[in-house]
Design a protein around this ligand. Sequence first.
Ligand SMILES: [Cu+2]
Length: 304
Amino acid sequence: MRASKIWRHGAAAACGAAGFAAAMLLAFPGLAQEAAPMTGAPTAWGLGLQQSGGVVKDVIHDFNELVLYIIIAIVVFVAGLMGYIIWRYREAKNATASRTSHNTILEVAWTVVPVLILLVIAIPSFRLIYYQDRVPSADLTINVQGRQWFWRYAYPENGNFTFDSYPLQEDELPADQRHLYRLAVDNPLVVPIGANVRVITTGADVIHSFFVPSLGVQKYTIPGRTLETWFRADRPGTFYGQCNQICGTNHAFMPIAVRAVPRAEFDAWVADARTRFAQAPAVDAPAAVAEAAIDTTLMAEARR
Ligand SMILES: [Cu+2]
């Protein structure tokens, strides 16, 4: 696969993890059952990026790791060099300071080496941007429309039903899930595990942003424009996100929840959703394809 070819050390880490998993399965056969659903959400005092729920986030993790190692190396080198200089050229040891002000070799080196370091960062960085941009073969398309202040979702390939997603109030959540207040929603997006999901975004009023960190997906929803991105949930679970473009008074109340379920469960959900949301007002569901013309309904609405 393209991703593992690009991020070799990520593949090596995956091999290590696979070996560890195999050893664990030998020791504890009970673990062979289906992986427990994960929760893609921020944790109190959490460090680093959120746990990954799928392949795009895996690649982001790998890239983040690469940059982290480079930063650590630079910090250690610069701090060490400064420490050495402070110690070596202190007044007691070096009373008469050198008057040297130029050194061609050194000047070339401290120009060229940072350029090379930036190249090492830029190449995988651009690859990652194009990797996230669009998926060559999508198994499912979801239309995402940002609105003040809720999300409107449509499944154009599954009967084109449309529904709105609002946050749950704190007292609507079970006691052990109160920490998911402002993340949990009434109608989450549902996707099959392992399916490449094409996400088509547009905005109804102002610019919003569809952002689910644990799936490595973020795309603006812009009135009058149609943008595309994709994600794949490789692990079962619920992945939470929020609108991360300041969009008005209730910006903090636009959470996103994506549930990844087995294919059969997804099919059952679609069958149910098609009747449940049939009555929903599908007034201006965005077009099914990225190349769609500007939606004049949305434009008119945005101007109002
Ligand atoms: Cu918003």
